[in-house]
Design a protein around this ligand. Structure first.
Ligand SMILES: *Cc1c(COP(=O)(O)O)cnc(C)c1O
Length: 467
C-alpha cells in the first residue's frame, strides 16, 4: 500500500470533511499532504501540486514561508495565548495600529474574531446594535446582492445567496432584502463593465429608497463575488453605494475576506472606489494563510454608540474564545512586513499581466464564454453554448474533470462549478503561471470535449462549487 493510500484509509475511517459528499471519496482519492514549500504542495508519495487557489484563497506568500515561520516561532517562545477581555499583548496592539493605518481613512477601531464567518456575524450584530443604541430599533434588516457569499454560520448564510449552500437551511435564515447583482458577466453585449454596474445600481437605489427606515446595513463583496463563481463588477458600483448609504442613513459593510490584501490589484478593493465603509471585514490572507483570524474594522461613530456606563447595557458583549490570538497576530505582522518590504502590490502587476497573456488564447475556445480578471484573480467561464452563454447542467460536473486532470498534471485547480480560476500565491513565477495556463487549457479541452452521461446523483462536494 502506498503512503498516500495508508493515510487516506486512516483518514476516511474517522474524518468528516468540509463541504464534501463523503461518498464521492469512493471514487475520488483524497490527497494527504506531507509538506508544502512556496507554491508547491507535496503528497506522501512525493507527487507535487502547484497550489493555484492558495489553499482556499488564504495563502499569499507560499507555504512554509521562512519569514512568517520565524515570526511565529519567536512569538511561541514568549506568549502563545491569553484571553483578550481585560488583557492585552504586544502583537495585538501592533497589528491593530497597522491595520488602522493601512485601511481607508476613518476605520479607527479593530475588533477580532477567529474566522471569516464569525467576523461577518460581528459586523451584522454591531450594525443592528448601533441602531438599537441610537434609538432606531426598526433598523434591523440587511440588504445583500444576489449571488453573494459571506460565510457558513446562520446569519452569514442569511446574507448570502448561493442557493447550493443556503437553500437547505432556508427555514433557519434571517429575512433579508436581495438586490440583483452588478455582475458584469450578465451585461448585455457591447455594454462596458462600468456602464453595466452603474445601471444595475438602480435596483439598489430603489430598495434603499423603499426600505431604508428598516435597514441596518448593506453588505457586499467588493469587486469580486468569489464563491458565486468569481463574478466581477466595476468599482463605480461601490462609489454609488457609499453615496446612497450616506443619503439613506444605512451602514455599508464591506466583506474583504477574500479580496483584501492585494487580490484585486490594490491592498483593499475599497481603495479602487476611494471609499470608507462603516465596517470592513478581513480574514483569509490576513495571517498569510497560516492561522484562523478575522478583523472587523469600524469607525469612531460606531464605537461611540456603544461607549457608556456599564449599567446602560450598551456594550457589545460578544466574544470568541481565541480573539486576538498572539500567534495569529504574529503571522499577520510578518505578512504585513512582506507586503511592505517586497513592494508586493507593485510586483504583482507583472504577474497579473502574465496571467492574462498566458490564458488569452482561451478566449477563442468554443466552450469558453468569458475570461475575466481583476488583479491577481482570473476566471475562465466554461459553457455549453458560447453564443447564448448557456451553462452546462450542474449534474455534469465539468469542473470536476478539470480538477482531476490538473491533479494528474501536478496542479491544484479547483473550479467553482464550470468556472476555472487562478487565485495563486503572490510568490508564483511567470513560468509557473504558464504551466497553470497549459494545464487549464488541457483540462478545459478534456472537460468540454466529452459528452457526459449524467450518472451522478450527488452535487460536487465543494460548497465553493455551485453547480
Ligand atoms: C471565505 C469567505 C467567508 C467566510 O470565511 P470563513 O473563514 O470560511 O468562515 C466570508 N466571506 C467571503 C467573501 C469569503 O470568501
Amino acid at each position: 500500500m502506498s503512503q498516500n493510500d495508508h493515510w487516506m484509509q486512516r483518514d476516511l475511517d474517522v474524518l468528516w470533511h468540509p463541504c464534501t459528499q463523503m461518498k464521492d471519496h469512493e471514487r475520488l482519492p483524497l490527497i494527504p499532504i506531507r509538506r508544502g514549500k512556496g507554491v508547491w504542495l507535496e503528497d506522501f508519495d512525493g507527487k507535487r501540486y502547484l497550489d493555484a487557489v492558495s489553499s482556499w484563497w488564504v495563502n499569499v506568500f507560499g507555504h512554509a514561508n521562512p519569514r512568517i515561520n520565524a515570526r511565529i516561532r519567536e512569538q511561541l517562545d514568549s506568549l502563545e495565548h491569553v484571553m483578550l477581555a481585560g488583557f492585552s499583548h504586544e502583537p495585538v496592539v501592533e497589528l491593530s495600529e497597522r491595520l488602522v493605518r493601512l485601511t481607508p481613512a476613518g476605520l479607527n477601531r479593530v475588533f477580532y474574531a477567529d474566522n471569516g464567518s464569525s467576523g461577518i456575524e460581528v459586523a451584522l450584530k454591531m450594525s443592528f446594535h448601533y441602531w438599537l443604541n441610537s434609538g432606531a430599533p426598526a433598523k434591523k434588516r440587511f440588504v445583500t446582492l444576489t449571488n453573494s457569499y459571506h460565510g457558513e454560520t446562520v446569519a452569514a448564510m442569511s446574507v448570502g445567496d448561493v442557493s447550493l449552500f443556503t437553500d437547505t437551511y432556508r427555514a433557519l435564515l434571517l429575512d433579508t432584502l436581495k438586490v440583483p447583482t452588478p455582475d458584469c458577466y450578465l451585461r448585455p453585449e457591447g455594454v462596458s463593465w462600468e456602464a453595466h454596474s452603474r445601471s444595475m445600481f438602480a435596483h439598489m437605489e430603489q430598495t434603499l429608497a423603499e426600505h431604508h427606515h428598516e435597514v441596518a446595513a448593506v453588505i457586499v463583496e467588493p469587486l469580486i463575488q468569489g464563491a458565486g463563481g468569481m463574478r466581477m463588477y466595476h468599482p463605480v458600483y461601490l462609489e454609488l453605494l457609499r453615496d446612497a448609504c450616506n443619503r439613506y442613513g444605512v451602514h455599508l459593510i464591506v466583506d474583504e475576506i477574500a479580496v483584501g490584501f492585494g487580490r484585486t490589484g490594490t491592498m483593499f478593493a475599497c481603495e479602487q472606489a476611494n471609499i470608507t465603509p462603516d465596517f470592513m471585514v478581513l480574514s483569509k490572507a490576513l495571517t498569510g494563510g497560516y492561522l484562523p483570524m478575522a478583523a472587523v474594522l469600524t469607525t469612531d461613530d460606531v464605537y461611540a454608540a456603544f461607549y457608556d456606563d456599564y449599567a446602560t447595557l450598551r456594550a457589545f458583549l460578544h466574544s470568541h474564545t481565541y480573539t486576538g490570538n498572539p500567534l495569529a497576530c504574529a503571522a499577520a505582522l510578518a505578512t504585513l512586513d512582506i507586503f511592505e518590504q517586497d513592494n508586493v502590490i507593485e510586483a504583482n502587476k507583472a504577474l497579473a499581466t502574465r496571467m492574462a497573456s498566458a490564458t488569452a488564447h482561451l478566449a477563442e475556445h468554443p466552450h469558453v464564454a468569458e475570461i475575466r480578471q481583476t488583479g491577481m484573480a482570473l476566471a475562465i467561464e466554461m459553457v455549453q453554448d458560447k453564443a447564448s452563454k448557456t451553462a452546462y447542467p450542474w449534474q455534469e460536473r465539468r469542473g470536476l474533470r478539470v480538477y482531476q486532470h490538473a491533479l494528474q498534471r501536478g496542479a491544484l485547480l479547483r473550479p467553482l462549478g464550470s468556472v476555472v480560476y487562478f487565485l495563486p500565491p503572490y510568490v508564483i513565477t511567470p513560468e509557473e503561471i504558464d504551466f497553470l495556463a497549459e494545464v487549464a487549457s488541457e483540462g478545459i479541452d478534456i472537460a468540454t470535449r466529452e459528452s457526459v452521461s449524467v450518472a451522478v446523483d450527488n452535487r460536487f462536494p465543494d460548497h465553493r462549487d455551485p453547480g
